[in-house]
Design a protein around this ligand. Structure first.
Ligand SMILES: [Zn+2]
Length: 148
């Protein structure tokens, strides 16, 4: 088994308990590819999850809106906000009741595909994830989720 060294950061956000191999997807969703200093740990062993990824983003504090986006990929992730070397906030990601302007409706006949209508998906089931479009009632599962 490989061991990895975890580096502390002074200011920023640490996203822990990301499902193994999902770190890059989380970064993609957050639009962080070209931003700040990213450290990605892949495949740490975790008692809770078996394997997990860890993402550290220096000098950026994740907002709730961003957290909502991550919840689609990493519902068990924990968000650690670090300021001046101290953990000032630790929060779990909570699946919202509804995703607004986050998920793309795959139905080409949906009004959100044809016009500039903000997408709305209700969370029907959390595990496994099932969402329903507010407008056309299309049901989508976790594998079908496309982030806007
Ligand atoms: Zn729709």
């Amino acid at each position: 088994m490989k061991t990895y060294k975890v580096y502390a950061i002074k200011d920023g956000t640490v996203i822990d308990h990301v499902p193994a191999t999902k770190a890059l997807k989380v970064i993609d969703i957050l639009g962080l590819e070209n931003e700040g200093i990213l450290t990605i740990g892949i495949g740490f062993s975790s008692e809770k999850m078996g394997r997990k990824d860890i993402i550290k983003i220096e000098n950026k504090y994740l907002e709730k809106e961003e957290t909502d986006k991550i919840s689609l990929i990493a519902p068990l992730a924990t968000i650690n906000i670090i300021k001046n070397g101290k953990l000032v906030e630790k929060r779990k990601i909570e699946l919202p009741d509804e995703y607004i302007n986050i998920v793309k409706c795959p139905n080409p006949n949906c009004i959100t595909s044809k016009e500039h209508v903000i997408s709305r998906f209700k969370v029907i089931n959390r595990t496994p994830l099932i969402l329903r479009c507010h407008y056309c009632e299309r049901i989508i599962t976790e594998d079908e989720v496309e982030i806007l």
